[in-house]
Design a protein around this ligand. Structure first.
Ligand SMILES: NC(=O)C1=CN([C@@H]2O[C@H](COP(=O)(O)OP(=O)(O)OC[C@H]3O[C@@H](n4cnc5c(N)ncnc54)[C@H](OP(=O)(O)O)[C@@H]3O)[C@@H](O)[C@H]2O)C=CC1
Ligand SMILES: O=C(O)CCC(=O)C(=O)O
Ligand SMILES: [Mg+2]
Length: 418
């Protein structure tokens, strides 16, 4: 396909999806990337350099990524005459199957809706997978950060992120409130005259496809438990249903058996024969459980908003969102991105930690089947942190650390690839 502003690299080839949904990855895959707003300009080039160095070292030049810049956010608005979300960006990511993005700004309280959420919804990237692990030497506010080792599977297509909201005082809000009070017998809208309204869709299909991926991951990685996190005591037909449908799926598709009458249940890992416990925890309790008893949690499946909160909270336990990676996945397309945002106060200062985006690239390399290069990124991260050559976020919490800029940290990582 010909694009208006996207330059297709002449040196690379497309990744293809095989019939069994596995990837057919050429040695020079074209990978679309969005630089991102704010600190995107700092972290994205460093991520590319570190990734290129790991691939070059792992495969002696035989494999190489052909990066292809695609545009979204402020850079897109400049290039496409005010269009923040060009259609060809979506087309390119779908066509090239695997991509990576920097953070994009979303205004609070008004203005346009999140471009990050729009990318996920438009491509039906229904899984947001965010691993949380500690790297030796990273400063952490908890005593035993090594006990935090979890992977969040956040439902990425439903919940209040659907963006069905009506502003207080508008005819739309009045119409919804009139319907609820007039036709549905609702009496508990406390101040109906000036009240914003938001809708929270949560479906059986949306829940089950997310929980299915989370359980499959638990099996593939031979992990001990899957925890459904929800606020089902209060939101019974959305969050409570998420929990019920999650258990139902575990029982019906994975043969899980109730423990002591349920709802917790137990299943056997079909590959290893080990037991997997499927359990649930209410979201507020979970936020204290992960701090006090992190070793008891492994894979977490949760709704969109809970997953958003939990991702940043868990990231803090292992050193902060400077080092928290992620992936947005459909059955075909994968778009990798850091957990953090655009940190506008640091934009363009070559200051912030590029670790989250680099570790997102590490996830991307594993997704491509390039595990040797991914391992080198982990080794490089451990090396640079072990040598105490770190960016401001770690340096301010460590004794005797050497402060490095964003790009210097990337260079340190490359040195530690060996
Ligand atoms: N997926 C995405 O693209 C996301 C986009 N956003 C958007 O980003 C914008 C800013 O959001 P905001 O709430 O400020 O959250 P941010 O995640 O952008 O930043 C909050 C704080 O986190 C720390 N931080 C973030 N990134 C890094 C990094 N790479 N290295 C070290 N520290 C880091 C900084 O802490 P300190 O000040 O302590 O140094 C920063 O001030 C909003 O428009 C929001 O909508 C938010 C989240 C995700
Ligand atoms: O889209 C945004 O601006 C914020 C998204 C976010 O916080 C997240 O995905 O973790
Ligand atoms: Mg978030």
């Amino acid at each position: 396909m010909a694009y208006q502003h996207i330059q297709i690299p002449t040196s690379g080839e497309k990744i293809k999806v095989n019939q069994d949904m596995s990837l057919d990855v050429p040695d020079h895959p074209i990978i679309p990337f969005i630089e991102g707003d704010g600190i995107g300009v700092d972290i994205t080039p460093v991520m590319k350099d570190v990734t290129d160095a790991a691939v070059a070292k792992a495969y002696g030049g035989r494999k190489k990524i052909a990066w292809m810049e695609v545009y979204c956010g402020e850079k897109a608005a400049d290039k496409y005459e005010g269009d923040w979300f060009p259609a060809e960006t979506l087309e390119a990511i779908k066509e090239y199957i695997v991509g990576i993005k920097g953070p994009l700004t979303t205004p609070v309280g008004g203005g346009f809706r999140s471009l990050n959420v729009a990318l996920r919804q438009e491509m039906d990237l229904y899984v947001c997978q965010r691993p949380v692990r500690w790297f030796t030497g990273v400063p952490s506010p908890v005593k035993e950060p090594d006990k935090t080792n979890m992977v969040i599977f956040r439902e990425n297509s439903e919940d209040i992120y659907a963006g069905i909201e009506y502003k207080a005082g508008t005819p739309e809000a009045s119409k919804v409130i009139d319907f609820l009070t007039g036709e549905m017998g609702v009496t508990k809208i406390r101040f109906p005259e000036n009240c914003g309204i938001g809708i929270k869709p949560v479906s059986e299909e949306g829940t089950k496809r997310l929980v299915r991926k989370a359980i499959q991951y638990t099996i593939d990685q031979d992990l001990p438990s899957l925890t459904l996190v929800h606020k089902g005591n209060i939101m019974k037909f959305t969050e409570g249903a998420f929990c019920d449908w999650g258990y139902e799926l575990a029982r019906e598709e994975f043969g899980a058996q109730p423990i002591d009458g349920g709802p917790w249940c137990s299943m056997k890992n079909p590959n290893t024969g080990k037991e997997i416990i499927v359990k649930d925890v209410i979201a507020d309790a979970m936020l204290q459980q992960v701090l006090l008893r992190p070793a008891e949690y492994s894979v977490i499946a949760t709704l969109n908003l809970n997953g958003d909160y939990l991702s940043d909270a868990l990231a803090a336990q292992v050193g902060g969102i400077g080092i928290a990676p992620g992936a947005n996945l459909s059955d075909e397309v994968a778009l990798f991105e850091a957990t953090h945002g655009t940190a506008p106060k640091y934009a363009g200062q070559d200051k912030v930690n590029p670790g989250s985006l680099i570790l997102s690239a590490e996830m991307m390399l594993r997704h491509l089947g390039w595990g040797e290069a991914a391992d080198l990124i982990v080794k490089a991260m451990e090396g640079a942190i072990g040598a105490k050559t770190v960016t401001y976020d770690f340096e301010r919490l460590m004794d005797d650390a050497e402060l490095k800029s964003c790009s210097e940290f990337g260079a340190e990582m490359i040195k530690h690839m060996g």
